[in-house]
Design a protein around this ligand. Structure first.
Ligand code: GLU
Length: 463
C-alpha cells in the first residue's frame, strides 16, 4: 500500500504555526514512507477566501521546502461532485433535506439544553422525505442513533463517543456549498488518502467523518491527531510562518526543526537536518501530550541550523534580503566566504545582512562609546601608519593584511587589540565586528584606506 497523505488548509491569509506543523508532519511521513503528499485547498467559503490567501499557502509551503505531489486540488472546483454524492446519500435514505428555519433551530436548541446538557438537531425533518422543492433547505447526514463510534487513533489511542452525542450534521448548506465535514470525506476518498494527520481539534469531527465513510460503503483511512501547541495564542502578533520568515529572519531548516519537535521527539536530540527528520520521523512517535511553544528555543534551534546548513542555503535566503537592503550580491565564492564569516555570529538571516552592510556603506558616524574607549591622541598617526602599510599590500590576502597589522603593533609596542579596535571603529563605525583581517579583506584595499584616512581626520579634530 502506498501511503498517501494530504495537507488541507483553508486560505485564511496566513500560515499559522499549528498548520505549518500539520503540513510538516504529513510531508515527513510521506517522504519517510516513500509515499505521496497531496495539497488540497479548502476554499468553499468564497466570501472569505481570496487568491492572495491561496498564494500565501503556496509560498509558505515552498519556503518550508514541503513540495507536494501532483496537482493541487481546489474544493471550489468540485461542487458538482459534492452535489452528486449528497443526492446519492439522500436517495439511499442516508441523508435528508431539512427546511427548519434558523429561528426554529435556535428555539429547539434552547429547549434541549434545558433537558439534556448538549444541543443536537432534534431530527424534525429526519424522516419527512422532503424533496428539492421544500423551499430553502440544507442537507443533513443521518447519524446512527444507537451505540458508540470508536476509532483507533495513531497518536491518541482508542477514542470513543456515543452516537447520541453526535449531530445530524449539515453536509450541504442552503446556498449549495458543502460543509467542511462533508467535503473532506468526499475528497479524501477521491484522493485515496491512507492516513489523515491533523490537529487534535479535529478529533470530534472524525466520528462524523467515519460515519460518513461507512454510509458511503468505504473503509475510512487511519487517523492521527497531533497534540495541541500551547502558548501560541499568548504571543503578541501573528504566530505565522510569514512572521517568522520576515520579522525574525529564520531559516526554514530552523523553523522546521523546531516545530517538528513540538509534539515529536527522538530521544533527547534537538537538532536534526531535513534528511535526518525524514529518516527518523514516524507518526507513531508523535507524543500525546501538548507541545509548549517557546520562542527563545525556536531562536536557539535556528541559530544551530544557521551554523550547519550548506552555505548555499544561507546564500539563497540572504540574497533577496541584501537586495531589499539595496545591495546586489550573487552566489559564488566571495559571497560564500562572507556568509561563512557572518553566520558564526549572527542570530538570524536579517542580522547577517544588517551586520555586514558596513562592507558597502562607510560609517556615517562613529559609535561614541567606541570612540571614547579606543581613540586617543595617537590615533590619527596610528590609523595613517596602518593605512600606509595596507596600501603597500600587492597580494590582497588575509595573511598579508594580518602582517600589516602585526607590523604596526610591533613598531609601536602595542598589543594587537590596541590597533584592531581603533581600526574597527574607523572601518565599521563601531568596535564590534567579525575578525578585523577578514573585515579589511572584504571592504577592499582602496576603501579601507579611504576610511582610515577619514577616521584619522575625525580623531584629529576630536583630540
Ligand atoms: N481545512 C481544515 C483545517 O484547516 C482541514 C482539516 C483536516 O485536515 O481535515 O483545519
Amino acid at each position: 500500500m502506498t501511503v498517501r497523505v494530504r495537507f488541507a488548509p483553508s486560505p485564511t491569509g496566513f500560515m499559522h504555526l499549528g498548520n505549518a506543523r500539520t503540513a510538516l508532519f504529513n510531508w515527513l511521513y510521506a517522504r519517510h514512507m516513500g509515499g505521496e503528499f497531496i495539497l488540497r485547498i479548502e476554499d468553499t467559503d468564497r466570501t472569505r477566501h481570496t487568491e492572495a490567501a491561496v498564494q500565501v499557502i503556496y509560498d509558505s509551503l515552498k519556503w518550508m521546502g514541503l513540495n507536494w505531489d501532483g496537482p493541487v486540488l481546489r474544493q471550489s472546483e468540485r461542487l458538482d461532485i459534492y452535489h452528486q454524492v449528497a443526492e446519492q446519500l439522500i436517495a439511499e435514505g442516508k441523508a435528508y433535506r431539512c427546511n427548519c428555519t434558523r429561528e426554529e433551530l435556535e428555539a429547539k436548541k434552547e429547549a434541549m439544553k434545558e433537558t439534556t446538557n448538549h444541543a443536537c438537531y432534534d431530527g424534525t425533518c429526519r424522516e419527512k422525505g422532503l424533496g428539492p422543492d421544500c423551499g430553502e433547505h440544507v442537507i443533513r447526514f443521518k447519524m446512527p442513533k444507537e451505540g458508540e463510534s470508536t476509532f483507533d487513533d495513531l497518536i491518541q489511542g482508542t477514542i470513543t463517543k456515543s452516537y447520541k452525542d453526535l449531530d445530524d450534521f449539515i453536509m450541504v448548506r442552503s446556498d449549495g456549498m458543502p460543509t467542511y465535514q462533508f467535503a473532506v470525506v468526499v475528497d479524501d476518498l477521491a484522493l485515496q488518502i491512507t492516513h489523515v494527520i491533523r490537529g487534535a481539534d479535529h478529533i470530534d469531527n472524525t466520528h462524523c467523518q467515519i460515519a460518513l465513510y461507512r454510509a458511503l460503503g468505504k473503509e475510512p483511512p487511519r487517523f492521527g491527531h497531533a497534540p495541541r501547541i500551547d502558548g501560541l495564542s499568548k504571543r503578541k502578533g501573528s504566530p505565522s510562518v510569514e512572521y517568522y520568515r520576515e520579522a525574525l529572519g529564520l531559516l526554514p531548516e530552523g523553523l522546521n526543526n523546531y516545530i517538528a519537535r513540538l509534539g515529536w521527539s527522538h530521544g533527547d536530540d534537538e537538532i536534526f537536518s531535513t534528511e535526518e527528520l525524514i529518516k527518523l520521523f514516524d507518526i507513531k512517535d508523535v507524543n500525546r501530550s501538548n507541545g509548549e511553544f517557546d520562542e527563545e528555543k525556536l531562536k536557539w534551534v535556528n541559530e544551530q541550523q544557521m551554523r550547519i546548513v550548506p552555505i548555499e542555503r544561507i546564500a539563497e535566503h540572504t540574497i533577496p534580503r541584501y537586495e531589499k537592503a539595496g545591495v546586489k550580491v550573487v552566489a559564488g565564492e566571495w559571497l560564500f566566504k562572507l556568509l561563512e564569516m557572518m553566520r558564526k555570529r549572527a542570530h538570524n538571516l536579517n542580522e547577517i545582512v544588517t551586520d555586514s552592510l558596513f562592507i558597502w556603506h562607510a560609517p556615517e558616524a562613529y559609535d561614541p562609546s567606541s570612540v571614547s574607549k579606543h581613540f586617543n591622541a595617537d590615533t590619527p598617526a596610528l590609523l595613517r601608519d596602518l593605512k600606509a602599510e595596507i596600501a603597500k599590500i600587492d597580494d590582497w590576502t588575509e595573511a598579508n593584511i594580518e602582517a600589516a597589522f602585526t607590523k604596526i603593533a610591533t613598531d609601536r609596542g602595542l598589543k594587537m587589540g590596541k590597533v584592531a579596535q581603533p581600526a574597527r571603529t574607523a572601518i565599521v563605525g563601531i568596535a564590534m565586528s567579525p575578525g578585523i583581517y577578514e573585515v579589511v579583506w572584504f571592504v577592499g584595499k582602496d576603501e579601507v584606506c579611504a576610511r582610515l584616512e577619514k577616521a584619522a581626520a575625525f580623531a584629529e579634530n576630536a583630540h
